[in-house]
Design a protein around this ligand. Sequence first.
Ligand SMILES: Nc1ncnc2c1ncn2[C@@H]1O[C@H](COP(=O)(O)OP(=O)(O)OP(=O)(O)O)[C@@H](O)[C@H]1O
Ligand SMILES: [Mg+2]
Length: 262
Amino acid sequence: MSDINHDTPLLRVNGLSKFYGNRLGCSNVSFELYPGEVLAIVGESGSGKTTLLNCLATRLQPSVGAVEYRMRDGQFRDLYRMSEAERRFLMRTDWGFVHQNPSDGLRMTVSAGANVGERLMAVGERHYGKIRETATDWLGRVEISADRIDDQPRAFSGGMRQRLQIARNLVTAPRLIFMDEPTGGLDVSVQARLLDLLRGLVADLGLAAIVVTHDLAVARLLSHRMMVMKDGHIIEAGLTDRVLDDPQAPYTQLLVSSILQV
Ligand SMILES: Nc1ncnc2c1ncn2[C@@H]1O[C@H](COP(=O)(O)OP(=O)(O)OP(=O)(O)O)[C@@H](O)[C@H]1O
Ligand SMILES: [Mg+2]
């Protein structure tokens, strides 16, 4: 795994809660994320993982609390005090978001090359030849052969679509990437290869990432640190190996012991 720069966090989360009416989504979450660090959010269905991720990625307005992000100029900005345009700009440049369902993160009726190239154009690249060259390079990095560049993702398998979504997100060299169950819909052998690929890319690029998963094996493979959620609360947090090898909270112990091999 890549080195983590512990000097200054990239993201600071303070007292974040989200209520849906009376129902709790997530409660009083605080943590810091450092450059190059991969954080896994694990927990059973309904525990609040997606709610938390969406509040961090400005896809959902929190009810209480602050999320601060360190911009490229070194200044921390409260994400929810930015204008909508500034947030959208961050999403396009500094951040990526990998959806569980690739069709939520891809344009299914434009070519694979355009799916990747579009993100480059959004950050100002205008030279057609260069866009195509970079897109081809990225398809290769996610193991999609160059002769599929003009195919639409609806002609791709589930695993290929997910790899294309990853290429589309990483092509602009973001500093932070959010992922919600990135291997969720795939069968086991496809999952394993995709995880290997993701791990390599994240390490090579020194990316910070927040990965939601209900699968402890995914957390083990990808993350440095993890947070365990239950009923909207973080009930345990720590280095991934420590949490999985020596869980402290009874619920985490149960979760770990219910998995034969992590
Ligand atoms: N739009 C919504 N309106 C009302 N309640 C919601 C909404 N979205 C989520 N919730 C509730 O918030 C809680 C947390 O849901 P969330 O989707 O964050 O869980 P999750 O951990 O991502 O689950 P899963 O593993 O099934 O995706 C649940 O009780 C859920 O019913
Ligand atoms: Mg979810």
